[in-house]
Design a protein around this ligand. Structure first.
Ligand code: AMP
Ligand code: ZN
Ligand code: FE
Ligand code: FE
Length: 298
């Protein structure tokens, strides 16, 4: 699909450096073909995708923001339920503090995958880590979407979503919790890398609106958070309006993206998500005006 209006962006994209199916180059090419104005590669726990995108050269006519998505522990008293993620934009990719934390997360991930596989094997689903690595490459950050895809390919489940619904999703029998960086640390390392920390997909949180949610936003802002991912395919137009208002009342930047994973998240297209969803370019322009951020929180 080619968009008739070029002024759309996608600031939440996963490459094959984590659990997306496209390489950074393929992402940039597709973004260009779609006529997107700006993109960011926001891989889980690795900046390798952003590094490769920049090393390969950003096509003219497309704006690119370096990015990251960090699995964090929420502020004390708030429930995480698997999707408390902090996005970072405009980060210096060689930041030592950032890379040190990412090393810890990557190590934790490589300890977690065999545990997930062991649980599946205990349930009579004999897939192997070697098979996951052989299918999806040994270098990127492997995670549950790769395991889910292999389960489909080997016929253990009929669909990717069934793999999560029955086995891999939070609270399901093969679920193993992720190592999480305390949110204050995740925000601080993004700030130290000159980046802009943003709360990802608030609609996926257990507490996603109301007083408790807004108190949590206030705590995060106190810790240095600068933006809210207002536009996200799973947010209804009404919820987008609510989050836009939450951001405006606090002077937080609004961001948005699809969480595109290519074939590893069926049904979500780059720049478009589902239906008539899109993210306006004005959000990118406001963000870019704030970068680079000073390292000091507020
Ligand atoms: P991991 O990093 O291994 O915890 O995997 C996280 C990724 O799994 C997310 O970015 C989503 O793409 C995907 N995911 C998590 N929960 C679900 C779910 N219930 N259904 C489908 N995909 C999911
Ligand atoms: Zn992912
Ligand atoms: Fe996320
Ligand atoms: Fe994501």
């Amino acid at each position: 699909m080619v968009c008739s209006d070029p002024q759309h962006i996608d600031l939440h994209i996963h490459s094959n450096a984590s659990d997306g199916s496209l390489s950074p180059r393929e992402i940039l090419n597709q973004a260009l073909q779609l006529g997107l104005a700006a993109v960011s590669i926001t891989d889980h726990d690795t900046v390798a995708g952003s590094v490769a995108a920049i090393e390969g050269g950003i096509p003219s006519g497309l704006a690119f923001l370096t990015g990251i998505e960090i699995s964090a522990a929420p502020p004390a008293g708030y429930s995480a339920r698997g999707s408390f993620h902090i996005l970072g934009y405009g980060i210096e990719l060689r930041s030592p503090q950032l890379n040190k934390t990412l090393d810890v997360l990557q190590q934790a991930r490589s300890n977690r995958n065999p545990q997930i596989i062991a649980r599946l094997r205990d349930m009579g689903i004999p897939i192997s880590l070697e098979a996951v690595q052989a299918e999806f490459g040994g270098e990127g950050q492997l995670g549950r979407p790769h395991i889910a895809q292999l389960m489909v390919q080997e016929g253990w489940v009929a669909s990717f979503n069934e793999a999560f619904d029955r086995f891999l999703g939070a609270g399901k029998p093969a679920y193993v919790d992720k190592h999480r960086v305390p949110c204050a640390d995740a925000l601080a390392i993004i700030r130290l890398a000159g980046g802009l920390p943003v709360l990802a997909h608030p609609g996926l949180l257990k507490i996603n609106r109301g007083v408790a949610f807004e108190t949590m936003l206030d705590s995060l802002q106190e810790m240095g958070m600068r933006g809210l991912e207002v536009y996200y395919p799973e947010h209804s137009p009404e919820l987008i309006g609510y989050y836009a208002d939450c951001a405006a009342r606090r002077g937080l930047l609004k961001t948005g993206g699809t969480d595109f994973h290519g074939t590893l998240k069926p049904g979500v297209g780059m720049g478009f998500g589902r239906g008539d969803f899109f993210v306006p370019v004005a959000l990118y322009e406001a963000l870019a005006r704030c970068l680079p951020l000073s390292a000091s929180p507020r």
